[in-house]
Design a protein around this ligand. Structure first.
Ligand code: HEC
Length: 265
């Protein structure tokens, strides 16, 4: 036996040393673990792409807020200031989009393994979502319409100021899809839409698909723009609720829809 083990004081101090060294070891392991998981889960490409997207979202939100501004041009005559910035930012984002292989929702590269995994996941039950749609004669909240109108600036370039459609996007005015099942509309916003489409008895074969441009916006924003198109351009239908958008969030990241994926209106 060494003299240390016979000396209670020395034994006591040895015990505290051991606890100290052990804790230090734990702290080092924890720090290494945090540090290594940080570098393995983030790659510079993802970071860059995410940064650009969040920056775009921020400037879009600001531009949309500015879209609500009303200005008195002469005494008694007030006009809504057009949200020009929205068009500028939308254009910039479409031109500069460089998809990166990231796991984050709405940033999944088409055809990637992550997307395949998503596609194979069973989606929510659409009938549960559509069952939440309020009665057709439910009054529409003017504040929701105003918010929806501002957001519609992002859709206007392709679908026309009055939803009449154009060379790029099909009409929304009197489209049976717009006034049809709400789950279709939400899924189109969250996943995009491609391929030929029957609308108002006509076959449309768009030059380019509709990408899910507002999938990164919050539930209220998406619900309001859908409520807006369902109650503008001669359309009349029940509002879309934010909770219905929320129910379908797991659709984000799946591949673009085609007409066959939708419920026939
Ligand atoms: C870049 C152009 C573009 C933008 C921006 C765009 N869309 Fe579309 N949209 C399309 C195209 C193209 C289709 C048809 C896609 C297909 O069938 O291949 C479509 C289809 C639709 C449809 C279903 C068909 C119909 O006409 O009823 C709805 C609803 C719709 N878009 C709503 C919106 C809303 C709401 C926005 C704005 C948040 C929006 N779109 C923004 C191009 C666009």
């Amino acid at each position: 036996m060494s003299s240390t083990s016979d000396n209670p004081l020395a034994r006591f101090s040895a015990f505290f040393w051991a606890v100290g060294v052990f804790s230090l070891f734990g702290v080092i392991v924890l720090a290494l673990k945090l540090f290594s998981s940080d570098t393995s889960e983030h790659n510079p490409l993802e970071e860059e792409a995410a940064k650009a997207r969040y920056e775009f979202r921020k400037t879009t939100d600001e531009a949309q807020a500015a879209g609500f501004a009303y200005k008195e041009v002469e005494k008694g005559k007030t006009v809504q200031v057009p949200p020009h910035d929205i068009f500028a930012h939308l254009g910039e984002s479409l031109v500069s989009q460089k998809p990166a292989p990231v796991k984050d929702d709405a940033q999944i590269v088409p055809g990637s393994d992550t997307q395949e995994d998503r596609n194979n996941q069973k989606g929510p039950d659409m009938s549960l979502v559509d069952a939440k749609t309020p009665a057709a004669d439910t009054p529409i909240d003017p504040a929701v319409m105003a918010k929806g109108q501002a957001t519609y600036a992002m859709c206007m370039a392709c679908h026309g100021a009055a939803g009449e459609g154009g060379p790029v996007g099909p009409p929304l005015a009197e489209s049976e899809w717009v006034t049809g099942p709400v789950s279709n509309l939400i899924r189109i916003q969250l996943r995009g839409l491609q391929g030929p489409m029957h609308i108002k008895g006509q076959l449309y074969t768009p030059l380019a698909p509709m990408t899910p441009i507002i999938a990164t916006q919050d539930d209220e924003t998406i619900a309001s723009v859908l409520t807006y198109i369902r109650n503008s351009f001669g359309n009349k239908a029940a509002p879309v609720l934010p909770e219905q958008v929320e129910m379908l969030r797991s659709e984000v990241g799946k591949s673009m829809l085609t007409e066959a994926d939708l419920i026939k209106p």
